[in-house]
Design a protein. Structure first.
Length: 281
């Protein structure tokens, strides 16, 4: 099983992530296992990541240089889907699988292009496990971009503490005059955001930024992972993609290529410590 089959497996899992699926937050020893998993992922240690993942109900599948760790969407511990290919230098995140249609295809395409990208995806639909009275996103336990207690959030926070830049993918219904909305969330604009902006524009996508009333609700400034990046002084790119873009396979691939080129731009030639092969952004 190579990269395409891994991507097909992830896509099948996403299709099974229903709005009425089960979900609960981690507790007790599961939190320690999450910390062990995140540390192993940051180190690119597949065997240790698989062992920690097993304690969290994540099934491990190995293929070539890829390790797929995935929870069962039908289990209450529907927490994570991860593809690791080695010691990572960046993270691409898909927090709302199924709800934000086809965002997983963009993230997987980037991870396929770039072995140093860790693919980190939530394991459930954003409203899975939500009580009937839930009205706000923070009331939905599986809406990981709004919840500090989600396994996705805990893993992402440790990864940004380890200096890994993060690109997070979202989707929005088509709006006039814009194809993608780009923001650093609660973090600061840096070299990665500037490179992503330029590369997406080169790809022909209309990029919206800042407090324009047409997309000011899409800037992700309360995003949990962006706040963690701000605290750590790390790079965070919040990227919203229009529905038309996400439905077009060629445009999805072009966006993945643009993100790959942006990471190349900021990673190339940076000063690195002994034995450190990561981007210093």
């Amino acid at each position: 099983m190579g990269g395409p089959e891994v991507s097909r497996r992830v896509a099948r899992l996403v299709r099974d992530m229903g709005r009425d699926g089960p979900y609960r937050a981690p507790r007790g020893a599961e939190i320690d296992a999450l910390d062990a998993l995140a540390t192993a992922l940051a180190d690119g240690d597949g065997p240790v990541a698989a062992e920690a993942g097993a304690r969290l109900g994540l099934a491990a599948t190995r293929s070539d240089d890829r390790l797929l760790l995935a929870s069962d969407p039908g289990d209450e511990r529907a927490w994570l889907v991860i593809v690791l290919r080695g010691r990572p230098d960046a993270v691409v995140e898909v927090p709302h699988p199924n709800a934000d249609l086809a965002t997983e295809h963009v993230g997987l395409a980037l991870a396929e292009r770039r072995p140093g990208v860790l693919y980190l995806q939530a394991g459930a639909h954003r409203v899975a496990g939500a009580p009937p009275e839930a009205r706000d996103r923070a009331d939905c336990p599986a809406d990981v971009s709004s919840r500090d207690d989600a396994p996705f959030s805990r893993v992402a926070a440790l990864l940004v503490d380890r200096g890994l830049p993060q690109i997070q993918l979202h989707g929005f219904a088509d709006r006039e005059g814009v194809d993608v909305v780009l923001s650093p969330g609660a973090s600061q604009e840096g070299a990665l955001l500037a490179a992503v902006r330029a590369r997406l524009a080169d790809a022909g996508e209309r990029v919206g930024e800042g407090d324009d009333e047409r997309w000011s609700d899409l800037l992700g400034r309360r995003n949990v992972q962006g706040r963690a990046a701000a605290r750590a002084g790390g790079a965070f790119v919040h990227l919203e993609l229009s529905r038309s873009l996400r439905r077009d396979a060629d445009r999805r691939e072009a966006v993945a290529a643009a993100l790959d080129a942006a990471l190349d731009e900021v990673c190339h030639g940076r000063d690195r410590g002994p034995g450190d092969d990561r981007c210093q952004i």
